[in-house]
Design a binder for this molecule. Structure first.
Ligand SMILES: [Zn+2]
Ligand SMILES: [Zn+2]
Length: 400
């Protein structure tokens, strides 16, 4: 019988709309202004710039402001047109943009950290400014009176921060590879739990408050989807980058996760599929297929078991196998393996073509991405690269 052709969900592909150039150094954070043809950028070259699209089709600065030190990060609230900027000297400076985006007025400055600010997040609902610094602290300030409300010492430098307004949980991803979940009160916080799955820096976090799913991206090239809402403690791996993952955004309308990496890759993941957890690795002193003993210290490898270091384990069944019994490779997209991975010979025979159908599409941004942002109302993506260029992408065109 001929194979039945399943209608595939439509996938989108990024189309380059514009480039914004002219920076002296890299743009650490930039955001698309919703409902306005504009972009706000903060750069290592110390500038804060607001770019508006002119009749010529080019983006030109309507605001150009130079700070005393480099601007490391930014949070923009479109409702209040407030920008909170984290600086290399540990302060957070806030400005308010005029309605026409042609002027910027200083609002408030917080002496938040002893070292450079690594992430800043303004939460309008709480009137809170959350920030993390190179001093390994996480603090939150009241944006109405400027007072520090609380602080928490993190295990390492923080590079990812998300907040759930409804339950007041903060997700803090750090350079040790762990994600710490804190429950914040007005002036104190408590440790809820930590997620350990990455073998290197957490570089990006993305929280979907509807599905209650947290995505973490890492320098170890992987993404982990932590299904917090499912309450079963399930975690799904997504392996689709050849280098550090640098940014993550979830598009709720299309149930797609967009990830960017320093390899220049933009990966669009279809999250509207039932994914499978990767199996636990089985511990054995001998190959579980041919029973040849392993000659290395397997116990020690097991004790330091980490996702991503799975040589000589079948990724599908988790059995410990020797090289001879796992000579073949296969993709297993529903387990997150979009690239070919080691599988044992019996699993190789059992994986169907349908199971091999990719659940992600791969695109080349042609620059090494250090930051990304997705604007869902227009379906635009912004990428900022080591080439000091911002690129704007239309993510709506459909490829069949
Ligand atoms: Zn074997
Ligand atoms: Zn297997």
């Amino acid at each position: 019988m001929a194979a039945e052709i399943q209608p595939r969900p439509q996938t989108r592909k990024p189309v380059l709309l514009s480039k914004i150039e002219g920076f002296q150094d890299v743009v650490n954070t930039a955001v698309i202004i919703p409902k306005e043809d504009g972009v706000i950028s903060v750069s290592q070259d110390r500038t804060i710039r607001v770019w508006l699209k002119r009749d010529s089709g080019q983006y030109w600065p309507s605001v150009f402001h130079t700070m005393p030190v480099a601007c490391s990060c930014m949070s923009f609230n479109p409702e209040t047109r407030r920008i909170s900027i984290g600086l290399e000297n540990g302060t957070v400076s806030e400005f308010v943009l005029s309605e026409d985006y042609n002027q910027m007025t200083p609002a408030r400055t917080y002496q938040a950290h002893q070292g450079g600010v690594t992430v800043v997040l303004f939460v309008l609902e709480m009137e809170w400014v959350l920030s993390t610094g190179q001093d390994k602290s996480f603090t939150w300030h009241c944006s109405e009176n400027g007072q520090q409300l609380g602080t928490y010492q993190t295990a390492a430098w923080v590079s990812g921060l998300q907040f759930d307004v409804e339950t007041r949980h903060a997700f803090v991803g750090d350079h040790s590879g762990q994600v710490t979940i804190l429950k914040l009160e007005q002036d104190n916080c408590s440790l809820v739990t930590t997620f350990k799955g990455h073998t290197s820096n957490v570089t990006a976090l993305c929280w979907d408050p509807v599905q209650r799913v947290l995505f973490s991206g890492s320098s170890d090239h992987s993404i982990i989807m932590w299904d917090i809402g499912g309450r079963k403690g399930t975690a799904f791996e997504l392996q689709g980058h050849n280098d550090k993952v640098q940014g993550l955004c979830y598009a709720p309308h299309t149930r797609q996760l967009i990830s960017c990496g320093s390899d220049g890759g933009i990966v669009i993941w279809n999250m509207d599929v039932t994914r499978q957890e990767t199996p636990e690795w089985l511990d054995s002193d001998s190959c579980q297929k041919c029973e040849q003993p392993f000659f290395w210290n397997f116990k020690q490898m097991w004790d330091s078991k980490k996702i991503g270091l799975r040589q000589h384990h079948c990724r599908k069944c988790g059995q410990a196998v020797c090289g001879k019994c796992s000579s073949k490779r296969s993709t297993i997209p529903l387990m997150g393996f979009e690239f070919e991975v080691r599988v044992c010979d019996s699993c190789h025979g059992s994986i169907t073509d349908e199971e091999r159908a990719p659940t992600a599409t791969f695109h080349d941004s042609k620059h090494s991405i250090i930051h990304m942002q997705y604007e869902p109302t227009r379906g635009w993506l912004l990428t900022s690269g080591t080439d000091k260029i911002i690129k704007l992408w239309d993510m709506t065109p459909v490829v069949s």
